[in-house]
Design a protein around this ligand. Structure first.
Ligand code: SF4
Length: 324
């Protein structure tokens, strides 16, 4: 399978099966904190970069096992890049709704919502998680390094319009990087935009995993909490989640969980882990949480040969060691 990964245990969506629409990184942004790597194709063009039929075939193949599908909480459409740039996006979404009967979530960078057709397609999803890292042109340029064809004002208008048209759950993610988009002026500008939107949750994040650029650094917990308070004051009934701090609290180092995965075919298991790491760097604890391998120590032993042969690399970010 080239486009189906997981299921992974996601903090936000429970047991979630991933559908990745691309095989190379195609995006209209080149964010400094990106976990996928450098944008190889920086474009605003919508095209069938991967045959839609190939993706539908993989979905059907996975769904042949009804037991596996029944265990899922969500199916998440994402991409090594921006999924709405795939011209088969709407067709893939409606196919997923039909064949899985599971709620479908979409992770998008939120930049394409000025396009009416994309808004219509996206409205098929049960949960949409767009991001908006800055409402100020200069900070937006610094953090997201957008393709020339994008205009921040249009992006914001698209997000605001979509938020009022859409009937499903809308969770807006904002990622802050220290000294890049975290000034008081930045926060005020973002609050003005969120004040115009209908949003079910705001999810604040910082550079919690190894970023593309080493100058992309996380905010302190204290600063993140203060920013969260500001958003909460604007609308006390709307939840404001701190994703990055949640990740630190959640780290289960030492979690013991014996499961059938321990006995699974080792090569297939390693291939699945490598697939997951292609999409985002993970700690041994993260990997253990998804594959239930009996604790981070066992994950380290299992992956040691892949590190030695250079298939995987290890990298410190903060005080945590990530595989990528
Ligand atoms: S973080 Fe998302 S939007 Fe930004 S460059 Fe990476 S894939 Fe594109």
């Amino acid at each position: 399978m080239n486009h189906i990964f997981g299921p992974v245990n996601s903090r936000r969506l429970g047991r979630s099966l991933g559908v990745d629409l691309f095989q190379e990184k195609i995006c209209n942004l080149n964010c400094i904190y990106c976990e996928v790597g450098v944008t190889t194709r920086l474009t605003c063009e919508r095209a069938e970069y991967v045959p839609t039929a190939d993706i539908l075939r993989e979905i059907d193949e996975y769904c042949r096992d009804a037991e596996k599908v029944a265990e899922l909480d969500y199916v998440t459409v994402t991409a090594s890049g921006e999924p709405t740039l795939h011209s088969g996006f709407g067709k893939i979404l409606s196919h997923l709704k039909n064949v899985t009967a599971k709620p479908v979530a979409v992770l998008t960078n939120g930049t394409t919502l000025s396009d009416k057709q994309i808004r219509r397609e996206l409205s098929l999803a049960d949960v949409v998680i767009p991001s908006l890292d800055s409402a100020l042109t200069e900070s937006f340029r610094r953090i997201d390094r957008a393709a020339k064809c994008l205009d921040l004002e249009k992006i914001i208008e698209g997000l605001v319009t979509f938020s009022h048209e859409y009937q499903g759950q809308l969770w807006l993610e904002i990622l802050f990087a220290r000294g890049i988009n975290d000034s008081e002026e930045d926060v005020q500008a973002l609050r003005q935009v969120t004040g115009r939107m209908r949003i079910d949750r705001i999810q604040l994040n910082t550079v919690a995993r190894p970023p593309l650029e080493s100058f992309a650094r996380p905010l302190s917990s204290e600063r993140m909490r203060r920013i969260a308070e500001q958003f909460r004051r604007d609308c006390p009934d709307r939840p404001v989640d701190l994703l990055a701090l949640g990740a630190q609290q959640e780290d289960p180092c030492g979690e013991q969980n014996s499961s059938s995965a321990v006995n699974a075919d080792k090569e297939a298991l390693l291939a699945e882990i490598v697939e997951m790491l292609k999409r985002r760097p993970c700690t041994a604890a993260d990997i253990n949480r998804t594959f239930h391998l009996g604790g981070p120590d066992r994950v380290e032993r299992l992956l040691a040969p892949l590190v030695e042969t250079g298939i995987l690399q290890q990298r410190f970010h903060g005080n945590r060691l990530y595989y990528q």
